[in-house]
Write a protein that binds this ligand. Sequence first.
Ligand SMILES: Cc1cc2nc3c(=O)[nH]c(=O)nc-3n(C[C@H](O)[C@H](O)[C@H](O)COP(=O)(O)OP(=O)(O)OC[C@H]3O[C@@H](n4cnc5c(N)ncnc54)[C@H](O)[C@@H]3O)c2cc1C
Length: 468
Amino acid sequence: MSDDLLEHLRATVGGEHVLVDDADVAAYVVDWTGSYAGRALAVVRPGSTAEVAAVVSACHDAGVAIVPQGGNTGLVAGGVPDASGSQVVLSLGRMRAIRDIDPVAGTITVEAGVVLADVQAAAAGAGRLFPMSLGSEGSCTIGGNLSTNAGGTAVLRYGMTRELALGLEVVLPDGRVWDGLRALRKDNTGYSLRNVFIGAEGTLGIITAAVMRLFPPTPARATAWVSVADVTSAVALLGLVQAHAGAHLATFEIINRAALDLVLTHQPGAHDPAPGTDWAVLVELAGTAGLDASLEAALGDAVEQGLVEDAAVAGSPAQRSALWALREGISEAQKVEGATLKHDVTLPITDLAAWTARIAPTLEAILPGVRLVTYGHVGDGNLHFNLSAPVGGIASDDALRAAAGELSTAIYDSVAEASGSISAEHGLGSTKAAAAASYKSDVEVDLMRTIKDALDPQGLMNPGTLLP
Ligand SMILES: Cc1cc2nc3c(=O)[nH]c(=O)nc-3n(C[C@H](O)[C@H](O)[C@H](O)COP(=O)(O)OP(=O)(O)OC[C@H]3O[C@@H](n4cnc5c(N)ncnc54)[C@H](O)[C@@H]3O)c2cc1C
């Protein structure tokens, strides 16, 4: 049966694009963190929407499950197969065409496998801005961004991926193609179908192309690394900068000392802009002119109000890059350091400071010495609340793994009590699907299952991801 399917897939996409050897599939079956490894019946790499549709249709008829995959940078093990060896990984990696770009309408039409940095570059080449920015932008794809409804460092000003999408082309679980590639800002003609597929993590179909919004360029930047005593001061500083800079505030990222120390240890050439301080905020204004004055006025007020301990304003593009490298290097540095337990939570902004203070002793009681590597998009109420093992090598890594369930449950319970979310922007994948369902009402889980069952009655699209 599987031999027949593989022969059919080879005839559809070409033998060289159906990978079955261990060495060839290796990169597709292990997630970015290296913590989740599965096995695949095959990795299939179609090159067009028609080929995706034919592959999905063949798998549907054979009753074989599909795991869609873009850049494989997801952090919740949603894009890698399970251990059964029975699933097909469908990689969008060959679908890299930019089909259209219209600077006047402010739209770009791209295939799902286009890497985010290439969308940004194409927009810039046409004198426009595609604002989404993630640490993984050199590898993640627009299809993955849409499927996870990715956030990143520009959400404060431009919104999540959902807010940047106008139209989609989707291959449905039975192989039919929905052409919803409309570039309309106004279209009230029924249910918003595109929003069903955005954030669906490949459980309802395969996104093959999208129309995304472009914006006027913001060539001027004012960037500062601001040291603050605690999260309370960071949140107060956010209010001040918003008051001074309004819509020019593009980025407001918090970083704690543990996170910064990991980057200083593992990133060659990294330099501490403010040694000895516990928390820092990377603030960036973006626009066309007059930003330095706004930033200086905001920081001046913050100093007067005692909110700021120190501030380093970038005086050149190189200095700006060095500050950004500290922020963008945290995930990689933490991975190099050893075992990691990742959480991606949102809380009401007004509760962020109290929550971080409240949860720390609980975690210390569960695993003494556990390191709280806290950073993220504080302007969106979103913290990457990642734990590293206590200092101490392999035995400590094992201790973190052994305590993982208890630590995560304590964090999730506490987030739920504070009316927050246990997944702000990374999605649920297979690692958080069960936990998320347990915090939702029966009505909400039932609505999600109804949508899944209606579109994918055989349950072949990314089973075990998003819904337990
Ligand atoms: C260093 C680093 C920094 C990161 N920073 C951020 C950040 O700031 N904000 C943020 O939100 N995320 C961040 N991420 C997580 C990750 O990059 C995003 O979730 C990204 O959107 C995933 O894109 P991808 O192409 O790699 O998708 P993959 O990892 O390949 O897949 C992710 C999910 O989408 C599904 N999928 C992929 N493509 C398709 C498709 N075409 N159709 C249907 N389903 C599909 C997969 O099945 C899987 O469930 C970061 C990751 C790393 C490694």
